[in-house]
Design a binder for this molecule. Structure first.
Ligand code: BES
Ligand code: ZN
Ligand code: ZN
Length: 506
């Protein structure tokens, strides 16, 4: 994708498509709109007057200019009521634009920065959102289609034009961030889209190896025998039912040039279950195919670290991925089995489908041992998260208010919003076992909470936040910049968290 940033006026651009955004039922065409309208003999004003373009959210109208002005076409996109516009609406509008441009068989467009009526949104933030929306709006996973019947290639160029010379650098930065964050999201979507017969634990390691080629990145993989030596009972227990050997990935980025090795690392832990059958507590057949995406947390950690490395951000980050399948093989763990975890704590497994917390516990204990500044885990952890929050919020629980606020803010900026749930120790009552230190399920009530309470027993006193992306990780519908299937929600949030970290430290 070529992204060009220029100072000038959109009206003068020779382009396949000029994109103009409009608010709902607004009569003003804006400065460049007025100019274009004059050259087009009042055509644009007429479209508004006849209500053929009302500016409703997600509305589009495409017109040909037939040589009257340099742009060959104008694509109007609606943003809805001015007072309701958000940065995410801008992102959505660009997703819709990108789809419409592709549908017309075109591959490039020109636009100015939209949403500038919002005083709190900087040109960098708006540009980032625009590029994210445009790139993700046309994301497709067609790797396994042998008949490539749709010849339309999709976008190859976006030109951003600003009248303000002083905004050029901020827009260039936003474009760079937006491209990195969209690329990371698309990469994480790809990893989750690949089926489990391809995206095995061994293949996840290969993906990590490729990332380790980026400057400043190092990879260490603990194989089964290493895990046994260390006593990773959670990961090894879950892996028992599978023929695929479990892996424990440690991917570290220390940056290049200005050394960051001495900074305490930020540790990310991602649940990486390449397929979750439920194990002996087998899941029902309906929609089980979606459990190929039970490795989304890990995919996002890989994608975030790749993006951080490519942007050469001055941060020290370590990604940890406990990787395995959850299968009901003859040697699989059974309800009632007791596992001794890496931390030494014992867990009675009452349901083998609550496997995420077992592997994450070992990931978190390992991470806590690295003496990090903080720990963030991200996981498709509980069906209860879907029940409580549905499709539009990531569940967040944690022991540190500052870290929670930072993630909440990054989520708002990224259009991947989190919602906090209580992490009160009273809930531990539900995890008590008659025979071990705890059990791995907490009964009917508060399933998302008891899962997080379980995890909290493995982080010591390190600032920690857990993000539950079950249900938001998979979209049932086509949305402006999210297709059906794996969404990779959380990737942009994590990258934004690091971008803020770097920019706040300046
Ligand atoms: N991977 C699932 C959670 C999940 C469900 C993710 C739906 C995405 C969509 C997890 O391992 C699981 O099965 N959790 C159980 C826990 C229960 C047995 C306590 C659940 O939520 O049903
Ligand atoms: Zn499960
Ligand atoms: Zn699972």
């Amino acid at each position: 994708m070529k992204i060009q940033v220029k100072q000038g006026s959109v009206a003068g651009e020779s382009t396949e498509v000029l994109v103009l955004a409009g608010y709902e039922d607004e009569s003003s065409l804006g400065q460049s709109g007025e100019m274009l309208d004059r050259s087009l003999g009042g055509y644009l004003r007429e479209l508004r007057k006849t209500k053929e373009f009302r500016g409703k959210n997600h509305e589009t109208v495409l017109i040909h200019t037939r040589g009257a002005i340099p742009p060959k076409r104008i694509l109007f996109v609606g943003l809805g009521e001015k007072a309701d516009v958000t940065v995410d609406r801008v992102r959505q509008a660009m997703g819709i634009v990108a789809k419409r441009v592709r549908q017309a068989g075109l591959s490039s467009f020109t636009t100015s920065i939209i949403g500038t009526n919002m005083p709190q949104a900087s040109p960098t933030a708006l540009t980032q959102a625009m590029i994210e929306g445009a790139l993700l709006g046309t994301y497709r996973f067609s790797y396994y289609r042998t008949e490539k019947n749709d010849e339309r290639k999709g976008l190859t160029q976006i030109t951003l034009v600003t009248p303000k010379h002083t905004h050029v650098d901020a827009i260039k930065r936003g474009a760079r961030y937006g491209e990195a964050s969209a690329e990371a999201t698309a990469f994480a979507r790809d990893l989750s889209n690949h089926p489990s017969n391809v995206m095995t634990p061994t293949r996840v390691v290969q993906e990590a190896k490729t990332i380790a080629k980026e400057p400043g990145v190092r990879l260490k993989v603990l194989e089964q025998k290493d895990q046994e030596k260390l006593g990773m009972g959670g990961l090894l227990g879950v892996a028992r039912g599978s023929h695929e050997p479990p892996k424990f990935i440690i991917l570290e980025y220390t940056g290049s040039g200005r050394q960051r090795k001495t900074d305490r690392p930020i540790v990310l832990v991602g649940k990486t279950v390449t397929f979750d059958t439920g194990g002996i507590s087998l899941k029902p057949a309906d929609s089980m195919e979606q459990m190929k995406a039970d490795m989304t947390g890990g995919a996002e950690v890989l994608a975030t670290i790749r993006a951080i490395a490519r942007l050469r951000l001055p941060v020290h980050v370590i990604g940890i991925l406990p990787v395995t399948e959850n299968m009901p093989g003859g040697r699989a763990i059974k309800p009632g089995d007791i596992l001794t975890m890496l931390s030494g704590k014992t867990v009675e497994v009452q349901n083998t489908d609550a496997e995420g917390r077992l592997i994450l516990a070992d990931g978190l204990s390992y991470g806590a041992g690295l003496k990090p500044a903080c720990l963030i885990d991200i996981a498709t952890l509980t069906g209860a998260c879907a029940v409580a929050l549905g499709q539009f919020a990531i569940g967040m629980l944690g022991n540190n208010d500052v870290l929670k606020k930072q993630l909440q803010h990054a989520g708002m900026q990224a259009g991947e919003r989190v919602w906090e749930m209580p992490l009160w120790d009273e809930y531990f009552e539900q995890l008590k076992s008659d025979v071990a230190d705890m059990r791995n399920i907490g009964g009917r009530g508060g399933g998302m909470i008891t899962a997080a309470i379980f995890l909290s027993k493995f982080v010591g006193n390190i600032p920690w936040v857990h993000l539950d992306i079950a249900s938001t990780d998979w979209s049932q519908t086509e949305r402006p910049y999210i297709g059906k299937g794996p969404t990779a929600i959380g990737t942009r949030l994590l990258l934004q968290f690091f971008l803020n970290h770097v920019n706040d430290a300046k």
